[in-house]
Ligand binder design. Structure first.
Ligand SMILES: [Fe+2]
Ligand SMILES: [Fe+2]
Length: 321
């Protein structure tokens, strides 16, 4: 079977496989000779030295989940307030792991994305940049590995859309959607994950991603300036962005799912109340405005088109379930 470009289905080798040792050594060398600095270099070296079990044990020993209730806006939520201490801890752990699993899948897809762009590059400099960026994403993936409880991410609608788009889209559409919009968004997301993470080592891992992600995003903006988008490319950009915006419009479904997993199935009215208490419209509204601010400067027409279809407007709780 030929793996998809995003490679979300790729599995890991056995812990003792020789390739793992070669990979650890290659990551370590990259960190010494290459552009990696400070905490990033420390993390790569830690990965090479520490076994996954050791890293996991140190996380399990830590009393705090990676992100607290305030990070997920859970404090005013009655279903959360009524939960026992252990249920609250379970909910926060599920949410923390799901944020990590999403970052892990995005970095995995990032390697495939940069590989595709390496092949599609139109100058040698562009090709060299994408090859280097692919190494950035491989390093990011390696840095997240020790924190993952499982390396197989559950595919959700966002990852499916990302994977399908990566497979099918042309160079211009990929630069627009992945590098300008999603990597721009990712930069904000990683900054926020780092700022609010309660484990200093993991916070440093996310902080260490920022410099590279800013470069990936900036390169996308620069390349896009020289591109004339055909009407077919525009259509595929609008279609993909509409899909991503629709996922944001329906609010913090990850939080709803985590609560349902711990507290049992929720009725429709419980879900509506939960989304109301989570202030889903404010939550989604902020994210949609951030996305609009990334799209409008590079293409006011595409932004207007999406706006005409209300795609920057968050949905009320009763339409999110
Ligand atoms: Fe990355
Ligand atoms: Fe990136």
């Amino acid at each position: 079977m030929i793996p998809s470009l995003a490679g979300l289905e790729l599995c890991s080798l056995e812990p003792e496989h020789k390739l793992k040792k070669i990979l650890a050594s290659a990551l370590e060398q990259g960190s010494v000779q290459g552009p990696l600095q400070g905490s990033v270099q420390d993390s790569v070296q830690r990965l090479a030295q520490k076994s996954k079990q050791e890293s996991l044990a140190s996380i399990e020993a830590a009393p705090k989940p990676s992100w607290n209730a305030a990070y997920f806006d859970l404090e005013p939520v009655s279903l959360f307030q009524e939960s026992s201490r252990s249920q609250k801890a379970q909910i926060l752990n599920i949410l923390g792991q799901s944020l990590l699993a999403e970052s892990y899948a995005i970095e995995k897809a990032g390697i495939g994305y940069m590989a595709k762009m390496t092949l599609l590059a139109e100058t040698i400099e562009e090709r060299m940049l994408y090859a280097l960026f692919s190494a950035d994403e491989a390093t990011h993936l390696a840095q997240l590995m020790p924190y993952m409880e499982s390396n197989s991410a559950e595919e959700d609608s966002f990852l499916r859309l990302l994977s399908d788009f990566l497979q099918a889209a042309d160079r211009s559409a990929l630069i627009f959607v992945i590098q300008v919009v999603l990597e721009g968004w990712g930069l904000h997301h990683y900054r926020s994950l780092s700022k609010h993470c309660q484990h200093p080592a993991l916070a440093d891992v996310f902080k260490g991603f920022l410099q590279a992600e800013a470069k990936h995003h900036g390169t996308g903006v620069t390349l896009l300036n020289d591109l004339a988008l055909s009407s077919q490319t525009r259509m595929s950009i609008v279609e993909a962005l509409a899909g991503f915006l629709q996922i944001v419009r329906i609010g913090p479904q990850r939080v709803v799912a985590a609560i349902a997993q711990v507290k049992g199935d929720l009725s429709r009215s419980q879900r509506i109340r939960l989304l109301t208490e989570l202030e889903t419209e404010r939550h989604s509204g902020q994210r949609l405005e951030l996305l609009r601010s990334l799209i409008t400067p590079v293409s006011p027409e595409i932004s207007e088109h999406l706006d005409k279809h209300n795609l920057f407007s968050p949905l009320p709780p009763e339409r999110c379930t």
